[in-house]
Ligand binder design. Structure first.
Ligand code: ADP
Ligand code: MG
Ligand code: MG
Length: 211
C-alpha cells in the first residue's frame, strides 16, 4: 500500500529477517576480509530475534514496532553494529511518534533520524567506510523522493537504490572507524560489511512495501 501500518511493518520486518538470513554468509565473508568474520552471524542472530519478537502481539503503532526492534537488536546483536542498528531503529521510532499510518514524508524523516542516531553513537562521517556510507545517501534520496510527493514504496525504493550505491562506494575507501580501521590502507579494496547490510535491510523493506 502507499502508506504503512504497524501490521505492514511487521510483515516487512519478517522479510528483512529472511533477507539477512539469506545473505548472512555474504556479510560474514565481507567481515572476514576487513574485520572478524562475525557480521553475518551478528545480524542473523539479531534479526531472527526481531522476527520472533514482532510475532508476539502488542505493538499497535509503527513506532512501537520499531522500538521493539531497536531494543531487541541492542540486546542480541552485540559488536559494534548492534548498538548502532539498535539506536537507528529507536531514533526512527521516536521520529514517528504515535501516528498509526506512516506516509512517504514520515519514512524519510525516520531515515534521517536513524542516521542521526548512528552518527551520534559512532561518530563516523561519510567516507569513513561504515554503514553511514549507505545510510546517509539513503536518507538524502528518501528526502528528495518524499519532497517530490513519493509514497512509501517510492521513498523506500529511492533509499534502497542510494544505499546500494553507497555500499559499493565503500570498496576503494580506507576505513577510519571500527575494527576495519585497524588494517589501515589494507582495508581498501573490500566492501564495508555494515554498509552492505544496511543496503540489504533497506532493499528488503522497499520490496516488502511493493516497490
Ligand atoms: P564488530 O566490528 O564489533 O565485529 P560487526 O562485524 O557486527 O561488529 O559490524 C561491523 C560494522 O559496523 C562495520 O562494517 C561498520 O559498517 C559498522 N561500524 C563499526 N564502527 C562504526 C562506527 N563508529 N560508526 C558507524 N558504523 C560503524
Ligand atoms: Mg565483525
Ligand atoms: Mg565482532
Amino acid at each position: 500500500s502507499v502508506t504503512c501500518t504497524a501490521e505492514d511493518l511487521v510483515v516487512a520486518l519478517r522479510a528483512v529477517s529472511a533477507a539477512v538470513v539469506d545473505h548472512g554468509d555474504e556479510l560474514t565473508e565481507l567481515d572476514r576480509a576487513i574485520g572478524d568474520a562475525d557480521h553475518g552471524e551478528n545480524m542473523r542472530r539479531g534479526f531472527l530475534a526481531v522476527a520472533a519478537k514482532v510475532d508476539s502481539p502488542g505493538q499497535t503503532t509503527p513506532a512501537a514496532v520499531l522500538k521493539a526492534v531497536g531494543t531487541t537488536l541492542i540486546s542480541t546483536v552485540g559488536g559494534a553494529s548492534g548498538p548502532l542498528y539498535g539506536t537507528a531503529f529507536l531514533r526512527a521510532a521516536t521520529s514517528l511518534a504515535d501516528v498509526s499510518e506512516v506516509d512517504g514524508v514520515a519514512v524519510a524523516a525516520a531515515l534521517r533520524a536513524a542516521l542521526g542516531g548512528v552518527v551520534a553513537r559512532g561518530r563516523a562521517e561519510v567516507g569513513d567506510k561504515t554503514m553511514v556510507d549507505a545510510l546517509a545517501p539513503a536518507a538524502d534520496a528518501a528526502a528528495t523522493a518524499a519532497e517530490g510527493g513519493g509514497d512509501v514504496p517510492a521513498v523506500l525504493a529511492a533509499a534502497a537504490e542510494a544505499a546500494e550505491r553507497g555500499a559499493e562506494s565503500t570498496k576503494p575507501l580506507v576505513a577510519r572507524k571500527g575494527r576495519a580501521s585497524y588494517l589501515g590502507e589494507r582495508s581498501a579494496g573490500h566492501l564495508d560489511p555494515g554498509a552492505r547490510s544496511t543496503a540489504l535491510v533497506l532493499r528488503a523493506l522497499a520490496t516488502a512495501a511493493g516497490a
